[in-house]
Ligand binder design. Sequence first.
Ligand code: 13P
Length: 252
Amino acid sequence: MMTPKALVAGNWKMNGLKASTQEITRLNDLINTSGAKCDVLICPPFTLISTFAGLGAENVAIGAQDCHMNVSGAHTGDISAEMVVELGCKHIIVGHSERRADHGENNDVVNAKAAAAQNEGATAIICVGETIEEREAGKALDVVISQVKASIPQSATASNTIIAYEPVWAIGSGHTPTVMDVQEMHKAVREVLMSRFGASGAGIKILYGGSVKASNAPELMSVPNVNGALVGGASLKADDFYGIISAYDEIG
Ligand code: 13P
């Protein structure tokens, strides 16, 4: 069975100014010196994409945190997939729970945004995850599976789609699900991908996100069907983030 190469991705959210450029340079240097057994991606705010992509940091891909569902038009304040792809982004996060909650983005919107990203040749990192109420009501699997099914667009292929499972209650909280819960969820997501894409569904990365840090990364990243991490807070400093990347030295 084909196991995808792991990806450790940083989502900087609404953090970072020009001075943060030094973190990308440092991260690139750390990888040059000490290596990385996974692919590495940083998704800074839109304002920093051009600066970071222009550094020529060959070990650190730069992606975007969102895009509009349309290619262009009268959408004040929005950014299209074409715009970030032009800057060098090959990955676009869509459907992060903060956008689902703060901007009312439902599965249909997420589906359209993923299609917009893929239609520009980018890989859509489609985020899904249950709330604490949904988990406590025993609905986590149902909620996440229906999010995955409804958020993957027609344009999706095994090579332009990544799923990120991020339990809402684990984000920024310091709490993580048990290894068994992560395993159960990622297995269920894999089954959806296999039924949608056939054998090539085995090659789609399923990232885990939510309070990943260097100390818990080796355990979480070793779980079957966990093909990397989507990291918030611990991605802002190169040394912290490299600690997560190094988990793959132990996992092999
Ligand atoms: P934290 O790693 O800060 O919990 O954030 C996770 C996340 O939301 C990444 O998209």
